[in-house]
Write a protein that binds this ligand. Structure first.
Ligand SMILES: NC(=O)c1ccc[n+]([C@@H]2O[C@H](COP(=O)([O-])OP(=O)(O)OC[C@H]3O[C@@H](n4cnc5c(N)ncnc54)[C@H](OP(=O)(O)O)[C@@H]3O)[C@@H](O)[C@H]2O)c1
Length: 235
């Protein structure tokens, strides 16, 4: 349990991936706490829906296009007059053993899960107020690389490592929160970029991760992780 210290009312938040299950839930939870939220995503229809709830203009981007990530972050910050919080929930699953994953799938997994979030953070941080917060979704796979998910595990591990370096390099200027949830009930595995999922554990309700992210943002935590025996932990 982290110590609550950040008042979210009127805070300026850019949620990149708000068209997805976790991103949409986080955007709604931030709105409930009085934050001003600009949602970002790729799917036009879902972006329009979440933007209507937020009362702002949604910003479209494709995570594999660096220029569109930059334009989206710039447009979000321009609407809000700067940013206090950046949340990146962009990601896509893909399955297969290490020696059988096609190169094209491997490249796409790294583009969407590693390079895309890195581009979005690089684009958003120049707009972030001192003392602001960057939240990025990696996955439990960074702690527990899993058979049958070789390249997806490697991509999430690469992202988590980059976030650790980002934190070390910028600890006096902003906070980095790495969120590494287990398998969730959002249907992400059904939208995989390729391959067949291995046998997956019972999914955790995504609402628990949304609550944990909000607890982390409002407090001083730097990660949301699965601690064996203790479940999902904010620390
Ligand atoms: N669900 C789980 O079991 C689980 C477990 C651990 C970690 N995570 C991570 O949590 C994050 C959110 O997952 P979720 O379950 O909420 O999945 P989701 O509903 O499928 O959301 C994924 C988000 O990523 C966006 N996205 C994917 N490819 C993109 C691209 N090329 N350009 C722009 N946006 C792109 C989607 O945008 P559009 O819909 O607009 O295309 C969507 O907003 C992901 O990083 C995922 O890896 C999920």
């Amino acid at each position: 349990m982290s110590t609550a210290s950040h008042d979210l009312s009127d805070s300026r938040a850019f949620v990149a991936g708000a068209t997805g299950a976790l991103g949409g839930g986080i955007a709604d939870a931030l709105l409930e706490r009085g934050a001003r939220v600009v949602p970002g995503g790729r799917d036009e229809r879902r972006l329009a829906e979440v933007a209507r709830r937020c009362g702002t203009e949604g910003v479209r981007f494709d995570a594999v296009d660096v220029d569109s990530c930059r334009a989206a972050a710039d447009a979000a910050a321009a609407q809000l007059g700067g940013l206090d919080l950046v949340v990146v929930t962009v990601g896509a699953a893909g399955f297969g053993p290490a020696l059988e994953t096609p190169a094209e799938l491997s490249e796409e997994l790294f583009a969407v899960n590693v390079l895309g979030p890195m581009s979005l953070v690089r684009a958003a941080v120049p707009h972030l107020a001192d003392g602001g917060t960057v939240v990025v979704l990696s996955a439990i796979l960074a702690d527990l690389p899993t058979a049958g998910m070789a390249d997806y595990s490697a991509a999430k591990t690469a992202l988590a490592t980059w976030l650790e370096v980002l934190r070390r390099e910028n600890r006096r200027r902003f906070r980095v929160v790495d969120v590494r949830p287990p398998h969730l009930d959002t249907g992400l595995d059904q939208r995989a970029l390729g391959g067949e999922p291995p046998r997956l554990p019972e999914p955790m309700p995504a609402s628990r991760v949304v609550d944990a992210v909000l607890e982390a943002v409002a407090g001083d935590a730097t990660e949301v992780v699965v601690d064996r025996g203790a479940g999902l932990v904010v620390r």
